[in-house]
Design a protein around this ligand. Structure first.
Ligand code: COA
Length: 316
């Protein structure tokens, strides 16, 4: 796999920590010290398809190809308001592509899994050019009276175009079945046969401390093993592009890896946790700011509900 174009898109509305005080009892100080988040972007009159389409068009333009040249779209997404059809089918029509599409639902770690699937399609010669996107609106998953989750999230989308190449050095994926620490059930219709008391609530449930602990230990050990397997040292990596959920989680992983602060760039302070879109939004910003050069080694690593982690090494 070789990455030939990147793009991203964010909602225009900037929401500061102080603005959240209107909805629940919180403070800028609490949010900054616990998460590092200062602002986030939240959708107003946009919809997720708009963001996803804009991010994809930017990636396709940067890759210098036509949408008709794509022969697969892989989309990481959990927070689309359609259960079906897939977001990737909607994006396909919006960008004028004609290829088959698939959505992966692997929560915040989903982007690394999407890259891994794309690499397999390229390696098995079942595709030549693939659009890999992540688009999420997790702010629509929050119960806006639940302050411990509502402060964490933001909306956004990012995409890359990949083609055949030798830039995907390897990946490591882990799932430890622990479905209690972070989950959300979808709202289902009632049936006339439902037994009383089987109503299922659909509010996000999160054990923040446990998620924090599993994220730091899961990503740190996965990245360490991956580096070891490829005879690489922390210092060989230009950037660790980590899931942007919380500044303290990023610092924890950085310390475990003995990486420098500048090796772990962040956008979480500006955009909050945009779920699986966070890594690719950050990546696109680095590419567009000319902070990544061809040949640089990058590690992508994410974590999320499952509990799932996924990491990969990419030579840009
Ligand atoms: N504003 C003010 N107070 C808040 C608050 C908010 N937005 N949210 C929770 N609190 C309160 C709680 O009610 C609790 O009060 P109590 O002790 O009186 O019951 C207290 O703050 C909890 O504080 P603390 O235990 O110090 O929180 P923490 O250091 O564990 O930080 C998280 C909480 C959620 C920020 C942290 O656990 C975290 O980031 N976890 C990872 C979450 C994550 O990344 N999820 C997405 C995964 S993809």
């Amino acid at each position: 796999m070789k990455i030939i174009g990147t793009g991203s898109a964010l909602p225009k509305k900037v929401v500061t920590n102080d603005m959240l005080k209107e909805f629940f009892d919180t403070s800028d100080e609490w949010i900054r010290t616990r998460t590092g988040i200062e602002t986030r972007r939240i959708m107003t009159d946009e919809c997720l398809l708009d963001l996803a389409t804009t991010a994809c068009k930017r990636a396709i333009e940067a890759a210098g190809i036509c949408p008709e040249e794509l022969d697969y779209i892989v989309c990481s997404n959990v927070s689309n308001n359609y259960v079906y059809p897939t977001l990737s089918s909607m994006v396909q029509g919006a960008i004028g592509a004609t290829c088959p599409c698939i959505d992966l639902r692997n929560a915040c770690a989903g982007y690394v899994y999407a890259l891994d699937v794309a690499d397999m399609y390229l390696q098995t010669r079942r595709a030549n050019k693939i659009l890999v996107l992540a688009a999420e609106e997790p702010t629509r998953f929050c119960h806006w009276e639940q302050r411990e989750t509502s402060v964490l999230f933001g909306d956004g989308a990012g995409a890359v175009v990949v083609e055949k190449g030798d830039g995907f050095l390897g990946s490591k994926m882990t799932t430890v079945s622990n479905t209690e620490v972070l989950y959300q059930r979808k709202r289902l219709e009632s049936t006339p046969f439902e037994v009383e008391g089987t109503y299922i609530d659909h509010i996000m449930v999160m054990n923040g401390r446990e998620v924090f602990r599993m994220a730091v230990s899961g990503c740190s050990s996965e990245i360490s093993h991956l580096l070891q397997d490829h005879n690489l040292k922390t210092s060989d990596i230009k950037y660790f592009i980590l899931h942007q959920a919380n500044m303290r989680i990023i610092s924890g992983i950085q310390q475990h890896l003995d990486a420098k602060t500048e090796q772990c760039p962040t956008t979480v302070q500006k955009y909050g946790n945009t779920s699986s879109a966070s890594m690719v939004i950050l990546f696109d910003e680095l590419v567009r700011a000319n902070k990544i050069q061809r040949g640089d080694l990058l590690v992508f690593s994410g974590f999320g509900a499952g509990f799932t982690t996924g990491s990969c090494i990419v030579r840009y």
